[in-house]
Structure formats: structure tokens, C-alpha cells
Design a protein around this ligand. Sequence first.
Ligand code: NAD
Length: 298
Amino acid sequence: MTARVIDGKAFAAGLRERVAAAVAKLKAEHDLQPGLAVVLVGEDPASEIYVRSKAKQTVEAGMNSFEHKLPATTTQEELLAVVDQLNNDPKVHGILVQLPLPKQISEEAVINAIDPAKDVDGFHVINAGRLATGQSAMVPCTPFGCLLLIKDQLGDLSGKTAVVIGRSNIVGKPMAQLLLAESCTVTVAHSRTKDLPAVVRQADIVVAAVGRPLMVKGDWIKPGAVVVDVGINRIPAPEKGEGATRVVGDVDYAEVAEVAGAVTPVPGGVGPMTIACLLRNATVAACRQAGLPDPEGL
Ligand code: NAD
């Protein structure tokens, strides 16, 4: 048996097109141009790449992009002042502070200083609470992207058994809440889970968000299950030359593809969905702040 390959790249491109159409409509009908502000503190090379591609895709969707680059020596007070200024800027509908932050700054303090209505990452405690209690919320981009891919494969998820591996605030926990809201029976597994393969074998839906290369093996998977791989891990690739590396997920793709019904590749699966969902969240945030209904098709 060979699994369907879930093409996150194509799905994300479709979502970005729908966002661009919604943005064009908001401009034409309501003179509203959604704006997304991204704040980067320090010079982490991976973060710089993310921020650049976020800004590029924001502009491509027809939205306003505001970039704030601050030095690594920025104090918490200085960063909070920038957040405050963005909270009060009517042109800015979404605020994203790129993580990780330098040691002298509390991530929790900064995230919780963002106006929850503009918290397009969905990390604010108010949004986490709203999601957990079934109220309208800004939902974290990566798990929301995973949910879209899963629903595209399975349609109605009601009654399905789902296992989420990983319990982080940015992926595992919100992923579990989203699946619960779809009436799945959800298990959240983590580093202390006993006999993880046996737990995963129960699942119609597996989401791996661990950060351990190729951890989930073929014999962990119930035949026909949908497997979503959030992991991004860089490992040595001697076959590509000395010192070369390649990116792999948390799932042993070659093995799992023999058993699963559908599986996301890495790269080209969940990764492209995250920024597409960020643009979606910023557009939805702009509508909500203007008192308009959420755009159709997003
Ligand atoms: P994290 O380090 O905050 O959390 C990892 C979780 O895995 C923890 O809850 C831990 O309990 C669990 N875990 C660790 N070892 C385990 C084990 N042996 N068995 C079972 N569970 C174990 O990580 P995160 O921020 O949630 O990210 C997870 C992965 O997803 C990373 O590889 C990260 O790079 C990737 N990621 C990708 C995207 C994307 O856009 N595709 C976005 C965010 C994170």
C-alpha cells in the first residue's frame, strides 16, 4: 500500500489566492487594506529568513507589511513600547513578534502585551482560552494549517481517533483543541508517554510535533491513517557531500508511506501552510476589527 502524498505547497498556494481575493474585495468594497506588522529582535539567521518570506507573501497578497528590526540588545521595556505603538496603530491589524527572543526579554510578557484582536499568532492567553472554550479566537497558524490539510483528506472528523505527539503551546496543545472541537477523540502524547508506538497505533489521525528526526516509524501507524508531520529537523547528509545537511520531519516518511492512507512530506507539507494561515489570520483580524463578517472561503 502506498499513501497519498498531501501536497501542502499546492494547498497553501490555493489558500494564498483566496486570501488575495478577499483582500482585493475588502479594498474595493470597504476601503480596508489589512496590515501585518512583524517584529524581529536580534539577528538569528533562520528568523531573518522567515521574516523576509512573511513580508514578501504579505505584499503579494495585497496587504500592507510593516517590518520592525530591533537590535539584539533591545530591552523588554523597549520592545513593549513597540508593541504598544503597534496596538494603537489603526493601519496594523495583525502583530507578530518573531520567536525566539533574546534572553533578557520574557516571551510570555511580550505575547500577552499584544492586543488579543491583533494577535495573529494566536499565542496570547486570551486566544488560547477562547480556543479551549469554543469561542471565536485567533488560532495558531501551524496547527490551523494542519487541520485544513486533515479536513481536506477526511471531510467530517467527528468520532475519529486522533493522537497528537507533542504538547507545546504553539503546536501540540492548540492542535489537540482544534481536533477536539471537530469531535475527534484526542490523545496528547509527550516525552513521558509510555509505549508511544502502541498509543499512536490507535489513531486515525496522527500529528507529529516533536522535533526528533524520523522518530515515527511505519509499524506505529494504523493502516490507512492520515499522518501529518510538523517536525523540521536538519540532519547530516553525507551523500550530498562532506558537511552537507538535509531537512527531515519527525516521521520516517519512507516507512510510513507504505502503511498510511495519506502523509505530508517534509519539506512541502505543513511548512508552506504556516505563512498562508498567517495571512489568513491577518485578513480575518482586519475584518473583525472593522466590524465586518469573516471573509467567505477562509
Ligand atoms: P517543543 O520543543 O516546544 O515541543 C516538543 C514536544 O515534543 C514536547 O511537548 C515534548 O513533550 C515532546 N517530546 C519530546 N520528546 C519526545 C519523545 N521522545 N516522545 C514523545 N514526545 C516527545 O517543539 P514545538 O515548538 O512544538 O515544535 C515541534 C517541531 O515542529 C519542531 O521540529 C519544530 O521545528 C517544528 N515546527 C514546525 C513548524 C512549521 O511551520 N512546520 C512550526 C512550528 C514548529
